[in-house]
Design a binder for this molecule. Sequence first.
Ligand code: PRP
Ligand code: URA
Length: 221
Amino acid sequence: MTSPLETATNLLICNSPIVSHNISVIRDKNTNAETFRAAVRRISQVLVNRAFENIPVEQKIVETPLMSTKADVIAPRAEFIIAPILRAGLIFSEVAMDILPVAKVHHIGLYRDEQTLNPFSYYNNLPKNYANPLETYVYIFDPMLATGGSAVAAVKLFTDLNIPQENITFISLIAAPEGVLRLSSEFGNIKILTGALDNHLNNAGYILPGLGDAGDRTFNT
Ligand code: PRP
Ligand code: URA
């Protein structure tokens, strides 16, 4: 019998050697914060480039020193939003800003209540509306997709502003099956990109094998 995860066709596990090697580094409990951040940057470069593969392009003519040639360039009419979930999504967003400097960055402040595991919203700087939602592309970054509560809350901020689900990509380092199923059952048409799909959550809502608390390991807290 096919599992619901296998039919979550919008899930892409991007486990290239660079990604899997660096995920082994960040999983290791003996990795310090500096090395952890460097490994997250390397993974982010692969995942961000992969996520940006759906960016709309249009053709223009470029004059080289020798002749004219056609080139695909990022469609100037499109708007791109990089949305890191605080705190641990910040490294991802730095990498994404370097790769796509025309993007706007809209931060989303969420933390999980340790008892209920429900997300608590403490900040966001999204606009009241997007001028052209159909041509707005959103990339939400959060290293851990655990219960999926934070991811669902973040995606909803954008669908409430009429961004089509097809224009939204959620990118994580590590995802739990529980989070993937929850996110894809609430938003069946968003794309989910992750570096690793882990086994399951423990009773405290942590991903196993996982890497522990991503925010604490990133910021040495
Ligand atoms: C972590 C992580 C996600 C969330 C995932 O953040 O960065 O945002 O948990 O869990 P969920 O899928 O069950 O919602 P945390 O709440 O620890 O905040 P922090 O980044 O500020 O440490
Ligand atoms: N948040 C984390 O930082 N780690 C987990 O394993 C789950 C949620």
